[in-house]
Design a protein around this ligand. Structure first.
Ligand code: OAD
Length: 257
């Protein structure tokens, strides 16, 4: 049974706004590798080699092919009980903002209504020249023919809509994440090692601004010393029980599916 405090349940049931920062750990139970755990994606591939604009321009086909493979992995995955519990929290709190470092689209697919994607979304592609969206099928067809994928309108190269090393985060996502952090009465940091900035600062800033801050992670993280409470366990086990406890204190609403 996950161990969390009555204070957290009470704060969540009285909150007007809950902000949740998520990282790769929340999708681990959907079968998607994390970055820094052993067997993570970054162990298998050298990220600096592929996740940057120079590598893309040098060898677009290789980088497009790697991202196509990663897209197929996330498309075959399903949201897990952790993603679904965050969507279900919306029945008990007026506003829930999910600020995610993940590019896997699983919060959207689980039904969360406010998802702020700090590092982009791997299911989207766009043309680097005309910036029009490109259908994933355009990439699939080109790669299958051993060609770099190009824009059907202007022949520019097509890239995944993810943030690469050396690139800025999307300014609108940062602005929305800043606002969600400032408004939060309760802030949850879930499944992130909390070592990559600016995301790692959000739990700290939230607490400075008066939010009650809890982390959900089997291990210690970069913000463990800065949170009010650490709940040690997998997100897919902790979050459904936590949201059920909030539902009970709300007057016995339906249990989390
Ligand atoms: P990491 O791989 O750094 O951290 C994953 C965290 O999830 C670790 O703290 C694990 O302990 C935890 N974890 C593992 N299984 C879990 C589970 N079932 N439930 C809850 N937690 C679990 O991933 P991130 O923190 O997301 O950036 O990494 C942040 C960023 O670093 C990524 O978005 C990526 C990378 O560079 C870009 O690609 C721009």
């Amino acid at each position: 049974m996950p161990d969390f405090s009555d204070a957290l349940v009470d704060r969540l049931s009285r909150a007007d706004h809950v902000a949740v920062l998520t990282g790769a750990g929340i999708s681990a139970e959907s079968g998607i590798s994390t970055f820094r755990d052993p067997d993570g994606l970054w162990e298998e591939f050298e990220p600096q080699e592929l996740a940057n604009v120079e590598a893309f321009l040098d060898n677009p086909e290789l980088v497009q092919g790697w991202y196509r493979h990663r897209r197929q992995v996330v498309e075959e995955a399903e949201p897990n009980a952790g993603h679904r519990a965050l969507a279900a929290l919306e029945a008990h709190v007026p506003a829930v903002s999910v600020v995610t470092q993940n590019v896997d689209d699983l919060h959207n697919r689980a039904g969360s209504s406010t998802v702020i994607e700090l590092h982009g979304n791997i299911t989207h592609n766009y043309c680097v020249d005309c910036e029009r969206d490109a259908a994933p099928g355009t990439v699939d067809a080109a790669i299958q023919h051993g060609q770099p994928a190009r824009c059907p309108d202007c022949d520019g190269l097509i890239r995944p809509d993810v943030v690469w090393f050396g690139e800025m985060l999307p300014p609108d996502a940062v602005e929305r994440a800043d606002a969600a952090t400032a408004q939060a009465d309760v802030f949850l940091s879930v499944g992130t090692s909390a070592v990559v900035y600016p995301a790692a600062r959000y739990p700290v800033v939230a607490r400075e601004q008066g939010a009650y801050v809890a982390e959900v992670n089997p291990d210690t993280t970069g913000v463990t010393d800065a949170v009010d409470e650490s709940i040690r366990g997998p997100a897919g086990e902790v979050l459904p029980v936590l949201v059920d406890a909030v539902a009970d204190s709300d007057g016995g609403a339906e249990p989390t599916p």
